[in-house]
Each structure stands twice: as structure tokens, then as C-alpha cells.
Design a protein around this ligand. Structure first.
Ligand code: PMP
Length: 419
């Protein structure tokens, strides 16, 4: 029933907000918090906070090891989270859900296992000019080690990928892997992943998707997209830090060597050598983030109950409104495509005021935004800027908070004009 948005009750942002204790407090005395830094990390609902509390108070134990009741309960909750996450992205099998600390770890895992085992000098990995550093640097490290080449799909002036250049790279170069962000954390651009995957496969390449900014905000279906690997971070989707997922197609994961060695990832260890555990444990060495992954399971419950289509629609309305209102402010330059082609991110610069000063003055008005290069320096180079300010929205933001942002920006302009 909840999957059909026409049957669901209207989106009630006030009842959503009531679940987030941090949003109830004042940012400064007498000034409410307007949290617009959701692309950096999201706030947590009481359901997730209580799940962590419950685990530590009532059934804290290591997983997969103990025969005692506490360990059995912890293992059931931890593995229960895996099943929730499998459903959340529509993976075919829970063995395809590798628990990782986040997107950065997911990408490094693929580079260090699949990449090391399958790439040879001269092979090409295609990335893009709009990637977060965590989808550039692991491939540069691999290039130093293996003699591969990394090529980048350029970004067009409107903030979308140059898909003609992408097709040419696939046609002209020995591309073995395409690694691309689903939604840009700076421009908000939603990349056409299903089509890019189709083209990559046609050229004999695999595709890895950085879903750090898509999985929290829109429905993601790994089978409909037909991607080989996809990774995201729990902390950006209402879950705890230290939680995240790497999805991989089972046959690929089966063939990959392990990454970190240690407890839990082995089948048998002798002093002469070792054999590996089955999926997904082959890639989960050591004591994992138990409370965090259980908490992420509760975050997924929360998102699923709201419905990802409705979360996406709510954010779209906010973003369209924010972009319209920002465009009215004199001296503002906006980056990225229009609202119809982007997620909940509004990135801008203000003529004559450094992004850090903008963020500091907004903070005084209770508005939390991010300023800097947002771990995407090549993208900022592309637009000829060193820093930008970014307002990013989530399921608990209200249109009135956009108004507060705009009023605070006018105030900042006035202050700077006087100084
Ligand atoms: N990719 C993108 C697009 C991101 O926005 C981020 C987080 N800012 C990351 C990767 C890295 O995520 P994490 O730091 O959680 O590993």
C-alpha cells in the first residue's frame, strides 16, 4: 500500500521533525537550528538513537561467535539489518550485501580486491570530473601500483556529464571499469546510471556506482540499474557513522580475493595458509560495527515506512523552491542543472564574499550549511572557483527554512556592503 504514493497520506513534515531530537533545540540562544548540511551527514531519528541505546543496554555482545543468548540476539539483529538492506536496494541475495564503514571503504574495497586482481598495465578505469575525492584517489593509488590509466568524463557547463565523451572513451580505450557517482554532492546532478551501465557492459567494462547521495534520497534498485557494484554510507541516511554497504553481483564477489585479513573472514587457518569464509563474511574481517549496522537497519525501516518516492518528492519541492529563491538574490551564482535534473543540493557562490564567510554569517542566524570544496577539488577547478557554499536538504526540512536561508543571505550581503 505504502509503495503507491497516491494511497499514502500526505507527507507530514512536522510529524517527521518530531522524531528528530536535535531539531528541537536552539542553535544559539533564541535562534532555532535550520540544518541544511545533509549532504555531509544527516540527523538521526529517535528510533535509531533508541536502537543503539537498546543494543548497548540490553544485548551488547560480539556476533557470529558466542553460543550464549546475548550473542545470538546480537547476531540475529545484525543479520536482520542485512536483510533489510538487501530489500532496500532490491539486491537478489543477502550474500551480495557487504557491510562496510561507508562509501569510502566500499570503493577502496573494490579497488584493492577486484582492481588488484583484474587490472594490468595499460587498462583504463573511467571516472568523472564530478567525483568526490573518495572515487578519485583510490584509483590513483591503484594506478601507481598497477600501471593502469584513469580517464575522466568531463562535466558540461550545465553541470551534467559529457555523455558523448563517455561513449567515445568506451569506444576508443581499453576500459575495464567505469566508476561514477549517482548524484553529485556538489551539483546535485542525477547521472543516467542505467544507460551508462548499459553502455559500459556493451564495451565489456564493469560499473561501480557511488550512491552516497542517492541511496538516502531516492529509490535505488541495483537490479533495475544493472550495476556491478554500488556503495553508500549509513550516516547520510539517518543511520550511525561507521555503517554502510557495498553491494556487488554475487559471481564477481565470489571470484574476488579478500581484502583485509583477520577473524570472521576465514574458513580455516593453519600456519601454512588459510581458506576464506563464504560471502559476505569473506570481506568482513574483524569485529564489525555491530550497533551501527543494527542502527542502520532501523534507519532503513524509517525510510521505508515513509516511502522513498515521497522522500524524493518532498526534497524536490524544497530544492525547486530554494533554487528559485536563490536566483533572486543579487550577486549569487548557482552551480549544477535545474531542479528537474538534480537531487536536494543547492550550491552557490556570492560575489565579493568568500564561501567560508557566507557560512559563518549563516551560522549566526542558525543556518548550518557547508562551505569549501566539499571533497571535490577537480570539480571546483572545472568551474574556476576554489570554494562554494552548499545548502542540502532532507526529509525533515521545511519550505520556511529556505526562507530563513534567503533572509540570512540578504543580511550577509548588507553586512559585507557596510564593511
Ligand atoms: N561520495 C560522495 C558523493 C559523498 O558525498 C561522500 C560523502 N561526502 C562520499 C563519497 C564519502 O562518504 P563517506 O565519507 O561516508 O565514506
Amino acid at each position: 500500500m505504502m509503495n503507491d504514493p497516491t494511497l499514502a497520506p500526505p507527507y507530514d513534515v512536522e510529524s517527521v521533525r518530531a522524531d528528530f531530537p536535535i531539531l528541537q533545540q536552539e542553535h544559539h540562544p533564541g535562534v532555532s537550528l535550520v540544518y541544511l548540511d545533509n549532504a555531509a551527514t544527516s540527523q538521526k531519528p529517535v528510533q535509531v538513537i533508541d536502537a543503539l541505546d537498546d543494543y548497548y543496554r540490553r544485548y551488547n555482545a560480539n556476533v557470529h561467535r558466542g553460543i550464549h543468548r546475548l550473542s545470538e540476539e546480537a547476531t540475529a539483529a545484525y543479520e536482520g539489518a542485512r536483510i533489510k538492506l538487501r530489500r532496500f536496494i532490491n539486491a537478489g541475495n543477502k550474500r551480495e550485501i557487504i557491510f562496510a564503514r561507508g562509501t569510502t571503504e566500499g570503493i577502496n574495497l573494490v579497488a584493492q580486491t577486484w582492481g588488484r586482481a583484474n587490472l594490468k598495465p595499460g587498462d583504463v578505469v573511467v571516472s568523472t570530473q564530478m567525483e568526490h575525492h573518495s572515487n578519485i584517489v583510490p584509483w590513483q593509488l591503484l594506478a601507481m601500483e598497477k600501471g593502469i590509466t584513469v580517464r575522466y568524463v568531463p562535466v558540461l557547463p550545465d553541470g551534467t556529464l559529457d555523455l558523448e565523451a563517455y561513449a567515445n572513451l568506451l569506444r576508443d580505450e581499453p576500459v575495464k571499469l567505469v566508476t561514477v557517482v549517482h548524484v553529485s554532492n556538489v551539483l546535485g546532478t542525477v547521472n543516467p546510471i542505467a544507460e551508462m551501465a548499459r553502455q559500459a557492459h556493451e564495451a565489456g567494462a564493469l560499473i561501480l556506482v557511488d550512491a552516497a547521495q542517492s541511496a538516502p534520497h531516492m529509490p535505488v534498485d541495483v537490479r533495475a540499474l544493472d550495476v556491478d557494484f554500488l556503495t553508500f554510507s549509513g550516516h547520510k541516511m539517518l543511520g550511525p557513522t561507521g555503517s554502510g554497504v557495498l553491494y556487488g553481483k554475487r559471481d564477481l564477489l565470489e571470484a574476488m580475493p579478500p581484502w583485509m585479513g583477520g577473524g570472521d573472514m576465514i574458513s580455516r587457518v593453519s600456519l601454512e595458509g588459510s581458506t576464506w569464509n563464504d560471502l559476505p563474511y569473506k570481506f568482513e574481517a574483524g569485529t564489525p560495527s555491530i550497533a551501527e549496522m543494527i542502527g542502520l537497519g532501523y534507519a532503513v525501516d524509517y525510510l521505508t515506512a515513509l516511502g522513498m518516492e515521497r522522500v524524493q518528492a518532498h526534497e524536490h519541492t524544497l530544492t525547486a523552491y530554494a533554487l528559485d529563491r536563490l536566483a533572486e538574490v543579487p550577486g549569487i551564482t548557482l552551480y549544477g542543472p535545474d531542479a528537474s535534473k538534480k537531487g536536494g543540493v543547492a550550491t552557490f557562490t556570492m560575489q565579493g564574499i568568500h564561501a567560508h564567510d557566507v557560512a559563518q554569517m549563516l551560522d549566526a542566524e542558525g543556518v548550518a550549511v557547508r562551505a569549501g570544496h566539499h571533497c571535490a577539488q577537480p570539480l571546483h577547478d572545472r568551474f574556476g572557483i576554489s570554494a562554494s557554499a552548499r545548502a542540502s536538504f532532507y526529509l525533515y526540512n521545511r519550505p520556511a527554512e529556505v526562507d530563513t536561508l534567503i533572509e540570512a543571505l540578504y543580511k550577509a550581503k548588507k553586512t559585507f556592503a557596510r564593511s
